[in-house]
Design a protein around this ligand. Structure first.
Ligand code: NAD
Length: 260
């Protein structure tokens, strides 16, 4: 990575699903940029602690905290867990500067196939959790606050086999737009990043070790390759920075030109 930057030195950044994939890359990037990173995890505490260790080895500050985003009590449970972990680190838990709603699940199944329970779980993690996490984050955010939601290219390119997932991400785009208007007067920006296919665990079942699938995805992009987690992290880091202060309510495409 480039030489360490110091512009974000005092900022506290929360990254949901920060233990792996795109969230891990975002956490590492924000840590490198000087933020104190709260690395949220669902179940994999060890992986989250590894991310914390990587950030610290890079000269940054971080801590991990766990919360199940499918839990109906996420509104209180998420922040209770954050507060406990922050206090253990000796931090002012009342303040959050950057919130990245990254965690998500993709449950495959056409509309005729997906059961109600899976549909509702996906909805809970991808859509309801960001809403309730933001609800309790806003009192902690001041002028210059940044919210970045991870959406998806599937809101503009149709994949009927993940229609329920597309529904959750379309909701995130609408949430981003509307929330940006609501909190704009407080100097808080809200944006989304919409990745195309990225080589992470979420796609492992059909993409990893499948040369044909990888070539198909690469051929569908203008840039001719499969996206990597770090391709997304840099865009998120920019939107979370002071330099992005005049951008709000936007969904930034991160598909390598898939729809061109
Ligand atoms: P990933 O599976 O590697 O990571 C998902 C993260 O969400 C994990 O850290 C996981 O622990 C967390 N998570 C899932 N369910 C949870 C729960 N119930 N409670 C707490 N945490 C939970 O996948 P990824 O590709 O890194 O996905 C990150 C985000 O990017 C997701 O919102 C996903 O929808 C979005 N996205 C991914 C792609 C892609 O192709 N990989 C494309 C577009 C959008």
């Amino acid at each position: 990575m480039n030489e360490k930057q110091h512009s974000d030195t005092t900022k506290i950044a929360v990254v949901t699903g920060g233990s792996r994939g795109i969230g891990r890359s975002i956490a590492l990037r924000l840590g490198h940029n000087g933020c104190t990173v709260a690395v949220h995890f669902g179940q994999n505490k060890d992986a989250a602690e590894d991310v914390v260790a990587e950030i610290e080895a890079d000269g940054g500050r971080a801590f991990a905290f766990g919360a199940d985003l499918a839990d109906p009590e996420v509104e209180t449970g998420f922040w209770r867990s954050f507060d406990i972990a922050a206090a253990e680190k000796g931090l002012d838990a009342e303040r959050v500067d950057i919130l990245v709603n990254n965690a998500g699940v993709t449950l495959r199944g056409a509309i005729e196939e997906m059961g109600r329970e899976d549909f509702l779980t996906q909805q809970a993690v991808n859509t309801n959790a960001p809403y309730f996490i933001v609800k309790r984050a806003l009192p902690r955010m001041g002028e210059g606050g940044r919210i970045v939601n991870i959406s998806s290219g599937v809101t503009r390119i149709a994949f009927p086999e993940i229609i329920g997932y597309a529904l959750t991400k379309g909701a995130i785009d609408a949430f981003t737009l509307t929330l940006a208007k609501h909190v704009g007067p407080r100097g808080i920006t809200v944006n989304a990043v919409a990745p195309g296919v990225i080589d992470t665990d979420i796609n492992a079942s059909w993409l990893r070790d499948n040369q044909e699938a990888q070539e198909g995805v690469a051929a569908g992009t203008a840039l001719g390759r499969v996206g990597q987690a770090d391709d997304v992290a840099g865009i998120v880091a920019f939107l979370a920075s002071d330099d992005a202060r005049w951008i709000t309510g936007q969904v930034v495409d991160a598909t390598g030109g898939t729809q061109l």
